[in-house]
Structures are given as C-alpha cells and as structure tokens.
Design a protein around this ligand. Structure first.
Ligand code: FPP
Length: 254
C-alpha cells in the first residue's frame, strides 16, 4: 500500500523506542458490531498480534509487550475465558516456527501458575524453544496486573528483611524494580491502547511512570502495521522531559 510506505518513511529508525507496550482492546466490540460472538473478535485479534510483531521486528524494536490476559479477565464468562485459553494454546503452538525463523524470543510475565495446565505446557515449550533468539523479545502479559506485580515484589522484599537478609535502608527504587517480573527489560517508552479507551487498566503500573501514552480509536482486530508506524511517528514528535524543563532538555541535547 502506498499509504503504508509514506508512514513507514516518516519513522525515524535512529530514534525508535526500544520497548513498546500495547493494551489490545476492542476485540469484543469488533465482533459484536458484526453480529458475532466476542470470541470471533479475539480470533481476529491474533492476526493483529502477528502483523504488529512483524512490523515491530522489521523496524528494529527490541521489546514488544502485549497485554494478552489480565488478572481481571478471569472474571469474564467461563466460556470466553476457556476460548481465550484455547486460542493462546493454538496460537503459541502455531507460531513457534515463525518466531524462530524471525529470531524472535517469546517471553511471559504475570501470575503464570494460574494458567491452565495445557497453556502452561505450550507456553513453557515456546519460551524454551525460542530462548536463544536475539532480534526482538515478544513479551506476553498473561494473568497479569500491575498491582499484583508490585504486591509480589513487596512481599519478596518484606520476606528478605524479616529473615535478616536485607537491610531496610537498602530499599530504593532500583532495588524494588529488581523484584518485578523481567527486571532486565527496560521500561517502555511508548504505550499504545486501542479502542478509544483512555485508561492504563492495571498494566505495567510501575514501568509506565514516564512512558508516553498513545490512544487510538481503532479496535484491536483492525490494528495493522500502519497503525504501529503512526503511533511511533506521533511518539517521535514528542519531547520527553522526565520532569526537567524544556530548556534543560535542549541544553542537554546541544
Ligand atoms: C481485549 O478486548 C482483548 C483481550 C482481553 C484478549 C486479547 C487476546 C488476543 C488478541 C488473542 C490472543 C493473543 C495472543 C498474544 C496470542 P475486549 O474483549 O476487552 O474487547 P471489548 O472491550 O470490546 O469488550
């Protein structure tokens, strides 16, 4: 598509975010607009996952984190939860070969113990089989919530203090962050949320402290490469100040 090329040409590949995170929202509405069951939306959402991961890897983005299943999603009707779990198993299984061909490492964060046995098995196999890949990390947040992750970190730290293995005065932001899931991965510079909702919904609560937020009305199953390029171009036009003044940033750059 010509339009595709125009947007792609606008992306400055020397100033890419290293880490992009996405809240994939709107699958249910997309399906309902077509008179279909919500699960149909999730099934079509998989095509968007594939396209977005491909586009991110092609651009040179190092980490892509997708909010695939939140802690709160367990409260959905049982048949939808089951269908989502089934879809995860099938998708992960189908994609291992492509992930390896494209040198993409699959990773996962969240309360993975809660996942169904079959999902855990498929997931562990895919994590293992792609563990040597180095081009991009595709991180699935599964049974994940930001507050859960922060509470878990607090519990681990509290246990160390209680056992006399850590001194309270040693606790600072750096140490705390090291007890979060996948601590070696840098915070996302850009968070995208689809479907016109303006919320973080308990995603990466700690890691998004300084993240640029980008909201699009597109429903997730309609999200394509072009939409990722558009979000990145928008991000690249912003000035990231991290609490400093505009003048300080310009001085620093100059
Ligand atoms: C939100 O839409 C989407 C989800 C809760 C699940 C996302 C899952 C997929 C895209 C499929 C599998 C993913 C992978 C990584 C293999 P919603 O149901 O909240 O939509 P609504 O807001 O319109 O109801």
């Amino acid at each position: 598509m010509e339009e595709n090329k125009d947007l792609l040409a606008q992306v400055d590949t020397t100033k890419l975010p290293a880490h992009v995170a996405i809240i994939m929202d709107g699958n249910g509405r997309w399906a309902q607009m077509r008179g279909e069951h919500r699960v149909f939306g999730h099934q079509n959402g998989v095509d968007s996952v594939r396209e977005t991961a491909e586009a991110a890897a092609e651009l040179g983005i190092r980490y892509l984190t997708l909010y695939a299943f939140s802690t709160e999603n367990w409260n959905r009707p049982k048949e939808e939860v089951n269908a989502l779990m089934h879809l995860l198993v099938i998708t992960i299984n189908n994609e291992i070969k492509t992930l390896n061909e494209n040198n993409i490492r699959l990773r996962a964060m969240g309360n993975l113990h809660c996942l169904d046995k079959k999902v855990k098995e498929e997931l562990n196999e895919a994590l293992d089989k792609t563990s040597q890949n180095t081009r991009m990390d595709l991180i699935l947040a599964l049974s994940y919530s930001g507050r859960w992750e922060i509470v878990e970190a607090a519990k681990s730290i509290a246990a160390l203090v209680k056992d006399g293995k850590l001194k309270e005065e040693k606790i600072n932001e750096k140490l705390f962050a090291s007890y979060l899931n996948l601590p070696e991965i840098p915070d996302p510079e850009l968070l995208i949320r689809t479907s016109g909702e303006y919320r973080i919904s308990n995603f990466l609560m700690w890691q998004t402290a300084y993240t640029e937020l980008y909201f699009t009305p597109k429903l997730w199953p309609d999200f394509r490469k072009n939409d990722l390029y558009e979000a990145i171009v928008d991000y690249q036009q912003r000035e990231r100040r991290f609490g400093k003044t505009s003048e300080q940033i310009i001085q620093f750059k100059g």
